[in-house]
Design a protein around this ligand. Structure first.
Ligand code: ADP
Length: 286
């Protein structure tokens, strides 16, 4: 396995011509099999939880995680299996669906901003403001000149959040069309997953190439230092989980957070309440 930080390894290319089709969605960084890495994934997930506790306690930084993918790309699974380790008290998941009439009557960032994380908090976007340069572009929902201007608006918006202490990580969960079809088939076969099926999943497959091109542009134009995009090979769910948790951990470690010092004099509290505290001692076990 590569010792190179995953946040370097899977960061989207900066500049130059590149295509998603040249990035292998089944890559596993030389690792074989989910059983072997299960322990490692758990360790990263647990470390992520400890770091989230620090983030909450320190109250200086916030973290925004953006998840984007083709249908069945694994956004829900990543939230359940990886980000679900976070303490829900400090974590908020915001799904972005087809905009309501009220949302459509405003600018495209209006519905997004209230979900940005406050200090000490984590927000996870299940889809995001990027839909406004993805599905909107593929289906001509607004004139081209309008969606083209949105790349700059998105960069400005993310800059604003970053300047205010928000660390932003954007993950594109990269799957192959064959893997998507396999997952659709599993949904058809599994009664517990049938509720997820929609006809649009199948009809949207016709636009696969247009979506990939829209993703390439969105990623290339909005891959900034303060809000990087990561392209996560996601055909193997276990590798996707490892990569996302590892990148979150690497990033949070880099914030060098520390528990804040107590706001009261601990010795004074101890002396003052000694009698009461003594009563709270665990009774000696026989
Ligand atoms: P998900 O696929 O995320 O689990 P849904 O099946 O409800 O959830 O799909 C949400 C749909 O909302 C997607 O088809 C997505 O493209 C669409 N959507 C999200 N944001 C927008 C937007 N700004 N404009 C148009 N459609 C959007």
């Amino acid at each position: 396995m590569s010792q190179r930080p995953f946040s370097d390894r899977f960061c989207a290319p900066h500049g130059g011509q590149w295509h998603l089709r040249d990035i292998d969605p089944a890559e596993t960084d030389g690792l074989h099999g989910k059983k072997k890495v299960r322990k490692e994934i758990k360790q990263y997930a647990q470390r992520m939880r400890e770091l989230q506790y620090l983030l909450y306690a320190e109250g200086k930084h916030s973290l925004l995680i953006v998840l984007q993918a083709m249908d069945a790309g694994g956004k829900d699974g990543t939230i359940r299996h990886v980000l679900g380790y976070m303490n829900p008290q400090g974590c908020h998941v915001a799904p972005f669906k087809v905009p309501t009439d009220e949302e459509k009557a405003h600018d495209f960032l209006w519905r997004v901003h209230p979900h940005a994380p406050g200090r000490g908090r984590v927000s996870i976007f299940n889809r995001s403001h990027y839909e406004d340069v993805l599905v909107v572009r593929v289906h001509d929902l607004v004139p081209e000149a309008q969606w083209r201007r949105r790349y700059d608006r998105i960069n400005d918006f993310e800059r604003l959040l970053a300047d205010n202490g928000t660390t932003i990580l954007k993950f594109f969960l990269h799957i192959s069309p064959q893997e998507q079809l396999r997952r659709f088939r599993k949904r058809l076969e599994n009664p517990a997953k049938q509720w997820k099926i929609s006809e649009a999943d199948y009809s949207e497959r016709r636009y696969w190439d247009q979506y990939q091109a829209a993703y390439e542009d969105a990623i290339a134009r909005c891959n900034t230092k303060h809000a990087p995009w990561f392209i996560i090979p996601a055909d193997h769910k276990w590798f996707r989980n490892l990569a996302v948790s590892r990148i979150v951990v690497e990033t949070l470690e880099g914030l060098n957070m520390a528990l804040p010092p107590p706001s009261v004099d601990i010795d004074e509290i101890r002396c003052k309440y000694l009698a009461e505290l003594d009563q709270a001692r665990e009774p000696d076990r026989q």
